[in-house]
Design a protein around this ligand. Structure first.
Ligand code: 3PG
Ligand code: CO
Length: 555
């Protein structure tokens, strides 16, 4: 039968303290002026790269290597941390939704049957991120869902859009809204009453995460459910164009707006008897809205009105909370993660980041599962993020504080694994502010140094890696790799992640002599790191895990 017990590694000892450091958004790319990691002073990360050549390598962090539909899909934190923690490659939400839509199975599932009950007398509301970024949602999936839902009886549809500019270029929102309007017009020709009802920028409206700032969700609630917003427009394309004219406006932070009819009345508040689908497949930035839509008892903000609706997520976002209870597509079953195994094998674990990345090293790491496996063996520490700012204003973020917590946890000898996420490369990179990103990269490097110093003091081992690229390339490039210019001759700033590989470095005084990276897994990806870490803790990885990156040679 199944057992959590891991086999002893034939050569590697137990009992070493291991720091697992994930630099968020830290890929490897050509050195040039748009590579913020190259421009920044990063002596610690540089020394790892220039150190022992058999203890530093690159791994894949995008596309099929992390369970995404194609190798044109850039990496992201959800799939990256899932792979790092689970040690295997699972077909991820994006892919599962593609399959369910292509086969039509999505319309035969319990989730769709549940919301369908409302189609006769109620409105179907679709809420989500409107872009083709493929990180949280995809426009083509929304288009298929609109078509399919109307063919399956939805007579009145309202779409509540969130503009992107973070996983895609800033300014692309206008085009996406035009495309959607075009689709909705076609549905209207077929007799479906379909319209955009509200909108706002993803970072300002609805898509907060890890309960950082409930005001973000409230602004969305007011527009989507109550039909109230500071800006009212008759047309969504006009809304987005107009709101982008304000100084410093961008797609990520557009204020909330509602679409009104000729009498100034909101065209699509969410009412008793309606159906609601949140069409993002990725969990972190939909969980908060899911709670607001689903929980009878709720005290995070005043909902004013709590409509009796049939609500389904595109996926179930939290497997532990079973939230939402209804969903259109079953999420990947990420079971038997390395965290769960290690806890069963006596490894005491400490995990830490600041709020905006806290769930990455806990929830995503543990296979989209909230909470502890065994509270006696684990401690998760969340450092509150600054709220209400964009991180180019505070590019150092809480890197130092995270490193201090990690250092203290290492020096306390209370833990066998100390795991952190350092957010700077990613969170500052997403602002598109190159100078600030350089400052952020240096702060992350300083944090790595503090953690490695602590590992040196206790005779431990470090594994330093990243979840995907971001800060190493801040411009959109053509196929030849040259920066693309906009119509004013300025380079087009890339706020999104990249397709670049990420580094993995191992070392520390506790690393057994003879441990080195194998040469026979050249295609290794993030999923190979879990087995590697298990080995360093003195265990063999389960047989179905992706192979370890290390070998032990006798010398
Ligand atoms: C976000 O949610 O901030 C971006 O869409 C993706 O960034 P992450 O994958 O690094 O969280
Ligand atoms: Co990111």
């Amino acid at each position: 039968g199944f057992s959590w017990k891991l086999k002893d590694h034939p050569k590697l000892p137990k009992g070493k303290i291991i720091a697992v450091v994930v630099l968020d958004g830290w890929g490897e790319a050509n050195p040039n002026q748009y590579n913020c990691i190259h421009v920044a002073k990063t002596p610690t990360m540089d020394s790892l790269k220039k150190g022992a050549p058999d203890k530093w390598r690159l791994v894949k962090a995008h596309g099929k290597a992390v369970g995404l539909p194609t190798d044109d899909d850039m990496g992201n934190s959800e799939v990256g941390h899932n792979a790092l923690g689970a040690g295997r490659i699972f077909a991820q939400g994006a892919k599962l939704v593609d399959l369910a839509l292509a086969s039509g199975k999505i319309y035969e599932g319990d989730g769709f049957k549940y919301i369908k009950e409302s189609f006769e007398n109620g409105t179907l509301h679709l809420i989500g991120l409107l872009s083709d970024g493929g990180v949280h949602s995809r426009l083509d999936q929304l288009q298929l869902l609109l078509k399919g839902a109307s063919e399956h009886g939805a007579k009145r549809i309202r779409v509540h859009i969130l503009t992107d500019g973070r996983d895609v270029l800033d300014g692309t929102s206008v085009g996406f809204v035009e495309t959607l309007e075009n689709d909705l017009a076609k549905l209207r020709e077929k007799g479906v009453d379909a319209q955009i009802a509200s909108g706002g920028g993803r970072m300002h409206v609805t898509m907060d995460r890890y309960e950082n700032d409930w005001n973000v969700v409230k602004r969305g609630w007011d527009a989507q459910v109550l039909g109230e917003a500071p800006h009212k427009f008759k047309n969504a394309v006009e809304a987005v164009k107009k709101l982008r004219e304000a100084p410093n406006a961008n797609d990520q932070y557009l204020p909330p707006f509602v679409i009104v009819d000729d009498n100034g009345k909101a065209v699509g508040p969410i009412l008793d008897g309606d159906a609601v689908v949140t069409f993002n497949f990725r969990a972190d930035r939909m969980v908060m809205l899911a709670k607001a839509l689903e929980y009878e008892d709720f005290d995070k903000f005043d909902r004013v009105r709590f409509p009796k609706i049939r609500y389904a997520g595109m996926l179930q976002y939290d497997g532990e909370l079973k939230l939402p209870s209804h969903y259109l597509v079953s999420p990947p079953e990420i079971d038997r993660t390395s965290g769960e195994y290690l806890v069963h094998n006596g490894i005491r674990t400490f995990a830490c980041s600041e709020t905006v990345k806290f769930g990455h090293v806990t929830f995503f790491w543990n296979g989209n599962r909230s909470g502890y496996f065994n509270q006696e063996m684990e401690e998760y520490v969340e450092i509150p993020s600054d709220i209400g700012i964009t991180f180019n204003v505070q590019p150092k973020m809480k890197a130092l504080e995270i490193a201090e917590k990690a250092r203290d946890a290492i020096l306390s000898h209370k833990f066998d694994q100390v795991r952190v996420n350092l957010p700077n490369g990613d969170m500052v990179g997403h602002t598109g502010d190159i100078e600030a990103t350089v400052v952020g990269c240096k702060a992350a490097d300083d944090a790595v140094k503090m953690i490695l110093d602590a590992i040196n003091q206790v005779g431990g081992i470090y594994v330093v890696t990243a979840d995907h690229g971001n800060a190493e390339d801040m411009v959109k490039r053509n196929k030849k790799g040259e920066p693309l210019l906009d119509k004013n001759g300025n380079v087009q700033i890339l706020t999104s992640h990249t397709l670049e590989p990420v580094p993995v470095a191992i070392g520390g005084p506790g690393l057994a002599p003879g441990v080195r990276f194998r040469k026979d897994v050249p295609e290794g990806g993030l999923a190979n790191i879990a087995a590697t870490v298990m080995n360093l803790h003195g265990f063999e990885a389960p047989e179905d895990y992706e192979p370890t990156l290390i070998e032990v040679v006798d010398n």
